[in-house]
Write a new protein. Sequence first.
Lengths: 954, 134
Amino acid sequence: MSLFLIVALPFLGALLPGLMIEAGRRACGLTAFFISLTAFVGLMTHVPAVMSGEVISAQVSWLPDFGLNLNLFLDGLGLFFAMLILGIGMLVIVYARYYLSRDDNMGEFYTYLLLFQGAMVGIVLCDNILLLLIFWELTSLSSFLLIGFWKHLAEGRQGARMALTVTGMGGLAMIGGMLILGQIAGSYDIQVILQNREAIQSSELYIPALLLILLGCFTKSAQFPFHFWLPHAMAAPTPVSAYLHSATMVKAGIFLMARLWPVLSGTDAWFMIVTSAGLITMVLGALIAIFKNDLKALLAFSTVSHLGLITMLLGVGTPYAAMAAVFHILNHATFKAALFMSAGIIDHETHTRHIPALGGLRKLMPVTFTLATLAALSMAGIPLLNGFLSKEMMLETAAHLTLFDSHLLVPVAATVGALFSAAYSFRYISHVFLGPVRDDYPAHPHDPPRGLWGPPALLVVLVVVIGVAPFLAEPLVMQVTAAVLGETAEVPNIHLAIWHGVTPALKMSGIAVVGGILLLLAYAPLSKIWEALPRPEAKAIFDAIMDLFVGIAGRVTRALHNGSFTMYAAIFTLTVTAVGAHAWFTGETGAATRALLPLEPLPLAGWMLLVLATGFLCFMHRDRLLALVLMGVVGVIVSLGFNYLSAPDLALTQLSVEVVTIILLLLALNFLPNRTPAESSSGRRLRDGLIGIVAGLGSAGLIYTIMTRNFAFQSISDYHLENSYKGGGGTNVVNVTLVDFRGFDTFGEIIVLGIAALIIYALTEALLGGPVRARLLNRKPDQLRAGDAHPLMMVVVTRVMLPVVLMVGVYIFLRGHNEPGGGFIAGLIVAIAVVVQYMASGFAWADARIRYPYHGIIGAGVLVAGLTGIGAWFFGKPFLTSAFGYFRIPPMEEFELATAMGFDLGVFLAVVGAVMLSLESYARLARRSNDIVSDHAMDIDPSRDDAQTEGQEG
Amino acid sequence: MELLVASAVGVLTAAGVYLVLRLRTFPVIIGTSLLSYAVNIFLFATGRLAVNQAPILRDGVETYTDPLPQALVLTAIVISFGMTAVVVMIALGSYLSANDDHVNQREEGQPDSGRVDEPDAPRPGDGATREALQ
């Protein structure tokens, strides 16, 4: 099976459980199981090749310019981890099927689980560190969802957040480290990086890269001092704990250390940091675990401790230690997953995980007892179980290790760690299962159904088989070790065996087991002392730090985002001006290269009018009606200016938009106060004026400089001018640009315009559906109403004008391709013609005569434009490719037909619909249900003679 | 000529910014409209100015003004209408619901801070409602 498919299967499969839950819990669980099984079987097809030393890879270039490629590769290490992830994943899926109660949303659970599984498989199979980072963050996110799966539990939510914060922070650090690593190696492909050991270790950036990457690994794998999140993640459902904390999430950091072992390890820095962190974590985790009264907390800290052990082994940097680490990863995954599942069974059956409330379960739950005991003994390192073998190898390594110039430090610490480990394992057995049967369990315990004990049983079988016959696991361990070592060293030529003779390791092991038993015997007094000792509470410290940051963030946010729009605008304006000024004063401007156009009297007059109108606008803006008039003046001059400066299309557009904007603002002003009260002090006005002047000087200076200089580079405009007729079939280059060269932009724009109109419609509906409606209906006009609501002259003129204006609209539309005009302008003109009908004859009169809803017109416009674009597909051309031809139908002259016209028709319809829908929505605010509208143009006040009018109609 | 256009952009920007910094919705909207003019002229002018060189291809005519900024500004004008319409609707909605057309949230921690008693501010809606209820 393709490696891509193996990674993609869990992600694709994640879509299914949510659907399959409709078919029942059984179907849902089976679906998730078979997805994992398929991926697992697919993985297994590669086993023969990988075991013979091949490396399988699959490559797709994704963003080669950034060195980000979808490259996957499968070697011994990847295979080993992928087997653990998928294999234990299947067991967890079966277990969860029976563990989750009917109140839990099983579909959601399996979706998260499969997402997580996919991300983990992605990490271990990917051959690109950037891709690895993506999968890395995906595991953080999906584990957040899993840990917080029981959303109703505060501990679950807090634990999930803590895990995400810590691992996410580490992930950020790792991004930095990985980028540095890629820079040194000159490639982001892992296989290439692994070849560059000398280059990387001799680089002066090696230490920063190492520290950042280790930060990521240590946070993920819960190494001291980042170990505290793991126990809090135990608020998750037990299947999640069994999965995340035995074989997957926390092993991701270990995996990465093993993956990058050939290039990162072997230096003093690596040895000191990794070995010490591992050693401290191992001893500290084990010590805390002994005194935990929550079953899962005990297991959580034991996991922390064992992760420390593996980290320490990886830190040593010898092939033998690496082999021990690999072997212990396998052993720990099997016995720890089994132990978590047993803890889940006990919790499930007795309704408690509190160790002092348990005891004597041996007789009540014999199956669980057997499984848990074997797994716990393996954890304690008892011979004939797999934990013993790798622990021996660890002790063997530790016995010869010198750290901080001490020959005793590591051996003693390792023995103490193993002793504590034996102690909590024995406590797990004796305090839960041994002792007299009690009569105060919260529930009546008995062995669970097969579905719950089956998965741990399978794992325990592995524990025993590997423990008794270690040679069975030897080929795998050898192959994985070879993959970890890469080309740096030979795989040690030793055999995994139970008996090596009376070695120092065996003596240390013996001390640990005996010491563990003694410690357990003295548990009661020791526990009292432990409780009395002052200990730093990790969660309290974490919360305090978080509160500190939240406080700072809150203060900054409140200071900047204080609800004052005016301040935002001022900050924005000043920032833009300051950045622009900085660029201006630090950059260089060449000398003016363009001759200025001569100054003529007509534009000068227009300019004076514009400046005067704008000046008056600033001083008189409190009179809102006057402000609108002045704004209209400015708009008209701007359009005249466009016309003067060779932009007839812009002039037409600006003029027609000006009309609809003013109508719109008038409609709005109908409801708003007519005057703006004087509120700001003169000092404030002066300040705002200064800000405005600074901004104005900046923009004026900038555009003046641009206009007096020629283009620094060849402009693409020449291409448009040359190809407008040849390629687009039109002589109006602006229109051809809109409907052809940049048709896709225009397509987006009409959609935006349509959305804006729909927003306005929706807001109107929301307003009219709420308390505002009553206020609007009872509103007293704040100005005198005209005696004739629909003036005779206006009604008559507008009705006569309508067909004329529509014809003009069609004319403007049709000629648009070759002369000034086109869909935008024609749309605006037709909209104005219709709006004028509303104004003259009244809303109800006009509304009754509109056959098509404006929403539909917008939709039709977008659809027509889109379909015209899609039409190109049928001729094998890309979206929106246009075609044109010339036709002749006698007796008319030859004319042109272009597909761009269909597109322009779409633009036209969308503009008409959008403008009309907006204005109509505004108008509806003013409408009352009892408005009486006459059909007769001569009626000045239809309410005056209602009966007669109706009579005539009848 | 260039000086006229540049100074017009400057004047419109200055006035636009000044009005945007006012405290009520209506002048802010007028201000954004002025800023739209300024920005549109600015973009248009980046194509450099030309008189009587409209980008309509004619036989025998060799020089045309830059058509590209014109095409961009044309859609910008239409879109700015859409934007103005939405902003005005939002302003109107908030005024009609809260009877207040201030653009700034007044005081920190005051949930209904939009509504502030101000004797000098005209409040037609309220008065009308009260009268109608009587």
